[in-house]
Design a protein around this ligand. Sequence first.
Ligand code: MG
Length: 370
Amino acid sequence: MNLKSFAADPQKSLGRQFKEAPSILRNDFQRDRDRIIHSGAFRRLEYKTQVFVNHEGDMFRTRLTHSLEVAQIARGISRTLGLHEDLTEAISLAHDLGHTPFGHAGQTALNRCMREYGGFEHNLQSLRIVDSLENDYVNFTGLNLTFETREGILKHCSNKNALKLGEVGKRFIQKTQPSLEAQLVNFADEIAYNHHDIDDGYRSGLVTFDQLKDLSFFNEISLEVKSESPSIKEKQLIKSTIRRMMNIFIMDLCHYSNEQINREKFNCIDDVRNALPMIGLSEDKAKKQQSLKRFLRETLYLHPRVQAMTDNANDVINSIFEKLMQNPGPINTKVQSQSTLAILVSDYIAGMTDRFALQTFEKFCQSKAS
Ligand code: MG
């Protein structure tokens, strides 16, 4: 690794919450990544909705494949910018751990159920999982990850919540930045989903080639691909166009961010933390990214078939929440108050896969009918 002086450095890590002896073979960020990969929450991402509910088909992205794509894109950017790839990978793989079943519809539903108890936010939940909900270690709760990985997982946070989070919450109050590794994962996330959602949208039949041609950036690139290979089939043309678009965004991000970083003359990671955000797209590409997002919202996310898939989420999550609040069943019942119980119920529901949530819902409905 050709590390810059302002990259995150495992030797100078701000450490873990519980002190541990170092590993002989792996640096601390590799160790974080490995703990994430071996966690139960990570395995469950396989059966959680990205856009398409898991049972809609085996060919669509899930939260797991999405996270792997984010990690792949982010590592490449990290290497190009001379940042720490292992930290970048650890943050990427953990960034969506806190998502509920049924994607954003699930989060909205659970947030509504939790309104009186502080709400629900998937990003905060990702941190909660690695800090306390994973339960495979004897000496500590959670995965006991380094500060740098935890800082990267917590992308945004209200001041109210930040005050409860100790060191890792401070930057939201002090308005400072996280490491460049953390900053770039947010962009890798957007690049990944914007493009894989076009691909899934097209393959599902919900987004057509004609619609895609209305997106001027897509059209421009697809004409370029077509002129190089006039006999190319539609499917390959779309794939090639998506690949080329991703490459354009990634190259732009590396180039633009590198220029911004070079202007600052950073010496160490603290300089990064005290500066403005450094990772970004040029104005032109940022505009193109916005139009891509708008296109996806209008054609895919708000498509009646996607809406129908996720509308069901509200019913499922509401029913499970209400039922468990009345009769906690699988949850520890020795809790002191309704609000503590609500948090346990919310953790339990957020951890469910799509299919486990549906099974639980059916079980509850059946027991209601009998
Ligand atoms: Mg994501």
